[in-house]
Design a protein around this ligand. Structure first.
Ligand code: NI
Length: 222
């Protein structure tokens, strides 16, 4: 009996203090905030056919924005966009070790179907699965790489990537139509890097980036 009273009290307090949040079919959610792309550590890939030489893609930071259309009260279709993420590319190994070999920018638009797990009105957890398309641009190499390859100039290009994306996150209502949101996406991003020295092909390398993308921010319901 005491337990029952406590839980009734607890839910009364919760419903009195925390704004309730209900998503309904037809709602549009716009979420935005700083986002980080953290490649998996096994994004290291062999480069230049040299034994033990690899490249590693560093973390990149950008600004994420996503729009979700609620098809039903629990299922939403989400399009994730972002400002370009910039990543440095580091060399590891005897020859390339310690060298910054280049950098790249990319955009990872992702289309997902999300399921909002109906556990509570004070926190809305969700999971999703979808499709990611990533395009790379502004790929640059450094004078350091030129020197290491004994070339006058070098270039790097990264092919587009198509893959599956997974999402997990939650929304917490702050006010009527305003939410705090935190989301993580795991994205299968695989690319082929083409390295040229003095316009001659040096190597084509498959790079598995497969990053976690994190975003924390605010959302508005319309
Ligand atoms: Ni992959």
């Amino acid at each position: 009996m005491k337990k029952l009273h406590l839980s009734v009290l607890a839910s009364a307090v919760l419903s009195a203090t925390a704004p309730a949040l209900a998503y309904e079919a037809g709602d549009v959610l716009i979420k935005f905030g700083p986002a980080m792309v953290a490649p998996e550590s096994d994004s290291q890939s062999k480069i230049l056919g040299l034994q033990g030489e690899v490249v590693e893609v560093d973390d990149g930071v950008g600004f994420g924005i996503s729009g979700t259309y609620m098809m039903t009260d629990a299922i939403g279709v989400e399009l994730l966009g972002a400002t370009p993420f910039e990543h440095d590319i580091d060399g590891l190994g005897t020859v390339l070790g310690g060298a910054r070999v280049g950098s790249t920018e990319h955009l990872p638009p992702t289309l997902l179907v999300n399921y909002y797990v109906p556990v509570s009105d004070v926190i809305k957890p969700y999971v999703g699965v979808g499709y990611n398309y990533t395009t790379f641009f502004n790929e640059d190499t450094t004078a350091e790489l030129d020197g290491l390859l004994g070339a006058d100039y070098t270039s790097l290009s990264l092919s587009d990537s198509h893959g599956v994306a997974y999402e997990i996150g939650f929304d917490i209502p702050l006010e009527d139509n305003l939410v705090f949101t935190a989301t993580a996406w795991n994205v299968d991003i695989d690319t082929t890097a083409t390295v040229k020295a003095n316009s001659n092909l040096v190597e084509k390398i498959d790079v598995e980036i497969d990053p976690w993308v994190y975003m924390v921010g605010l959302g508005m319901k319309f």
